[in-house]
Design a protein. Structure first.
Length: 228
């Protein structure tokens, strides 16, 4: 049985073999999410990533390999590396008390379209409508309109990832994201799991995460591959 530290080194892999195993697609020992849910893949053996990529690219025109320090080795004319994102992982150290002044709503299936539209507005391109199935999503509404959300994404028996931290451009700098991250983090702690999150290095939101009690722990790199 793997411990938390082992799982954090390869979070997509362990999410797919534990909590999210019903969404897993395997090619030659390489694990991927069902592309209707999420386009993340992970591996233990870099040598197997070429063959697996050729198979998965038939299911999705683009996907990410996620790894701490191993580099996928994809050599095929049908698949090309569009970009590598230098990311990092943050793990909750100690949650900082935060005042909740907004009404935070647990979102349900009736909100799927609103969640999708808001994320596409702010971070277009990668979120799938069925990503909503990966965990609980929470939101803040203004005048009946969803303006800020957080969600849960990667999950195992030991951790849950805070993700989809998105606020409508007209409602930024009002403390909405901080309250939602705090709330989502508390909900994770209630089920006795460790809250984590991932972001790109240099993200301007990192000081907010640190203020809430998250600590930078390791690199977590994202290779975006596309169909040629």
């Amino acid at each position: 049985m793997t411990n938390l530290e082992q799982q954090l080194k390869n979070p997509v892999w362990y999410s797919l073999i534990e909590t999210h195993n019903k969404y897993a697609i395997e090619f030659d020992g390489v694990q991927f999410y069902n592309p209707d849910i999420c386009t993340f893949g992970s591996f233990l053996d870099e040598a197997k990533t070429t063959k697996a990529s050729i198979n998965y690219i038939k299911e999705s025109d683009k996907f990410f390999f996620v790894s701490e320090n191993k580099s996928p080795k994809v050599f095929d004319t049908r698949v090309f590396l569009e970009k590598k994102i230098d990311g990092c992982q943050m793990v909750l150290n100690k949650l900082t008390d935060t005042s909740i002044t907004e009404e935070i709503v647990l979102l349900d299936n009736s909100h799927v379209e609103e969640v999708y539209d808001l994320i596409q507005l702010v971070m277009p391109g990668y979120y799938k409508k069925r990503t909503f199935e990966m965990g609980n999503f929470f939101g803040i509404f203004k005048n009946g309109k969803l303006v800020s959300i957080t969600g849960q994404r990667l999950q195992t028996n030991h951790f849950i990832e805070v993700s989809s931290v998105v606020t409508h451009p007209n409602f930024t700098r009002k403390g909405l994201a901080g309250q939602l991250i705090y709330h989502t983090t508390k909900e994770i702690l209630k089920v006795n799991k460790t809250p984590i999150l991932h972001t790109n290095k240099g993200n301007l939101a990192i000081p907010l995460y640190e203020k809430l009690g998250y600590k930078l722990t390791r690199d977590m790199n994202w290779w975006l591959y596309c169909k040629r």
